[in-house]
Design a protein around this ligand. Sequence first.
Ligand SMILES: Nc1nc2c(c(=O)[nH]1)N[C@H]1C(S)=C(S)[C@@H](COP(=O)(O)O)O[C@H]1N2
Ligand SMILES: [Mo]
Length: 220
Amino acid sequence: MKRILLLTTLVLVIIIFSGCASEDQQKPGVYNNETETTFYEGQGLTPIAEQRNNAIKGTQYIERESYRLQVDGLVENPREFSYEEITALPRTSKIVDLDCVEGWGFTGKWTGVKIADLFEEVGVMESASTVIFYSADGYSTALELDYLLDNNIILAYKLNDVALPPDRGFPLQLVAESKYGYKWAKWIVRIELSDSEYRGYWEKRGYNDRADVGGPAFER
Ligand SMILES: Nc1nc2c(c(=O)[nH]1)N[C@H]1C(S)=C(S)[C@@H](COP(=O)(O)O)O[C@H]1N2
Ligand SMILES: [Mo]
């Protein structure tokens, strides 16, 4: 009798604990009625709930209706784009790892517009060589125009198939693949084409302007 009681208790304990464990497992999140994808083309993606967020001024909340992306500088037709205008442009998806220079990272499925397609709309001048990204929190960073065009770099408005949640950079994050996280500007409000070098927020503070993943974190 004692043995049966012990066995029943053991079985109960196992059931209860396995229940707890399954609740801990990664469940795809739902964001604004969109369910995220955590598996794509045979690859596991990092659920959004597990991705870190340590932006300089915390999460920025941008309204979709009043949002405008300003594109100016060395372009033929400087103009503003609404969220609808951006998402109506041809879209591309790709799996890319974001690697922060501090050693953590995650894998996401990113969907958005190619910088090249956006630039078609404004006409980039011959003299332009640098692209500067300005964000709603005062953050900024810059990349070479050739890097953006040669690597089909995209401006993402979706991550894991859901519209970027506010803490992930709504409405737009630059998917600067093979570059450290500090080149992945979030909450982008302005893109400026320039012919001079530009040091962004972390670059001004000593981080390597090249920012190649695996390369040196600091300028030497
Ligand atoms: N606007 C803005 N974009 C930003 C940052 C920021 O502070 N502000 N931090 C950068 C850094 S250092 C990293 S690693 C990536 C990813 O950081 P996250 O986890 O905060 O999204 O966002 C980048 N983009
Ligand atoms: Mo970072």
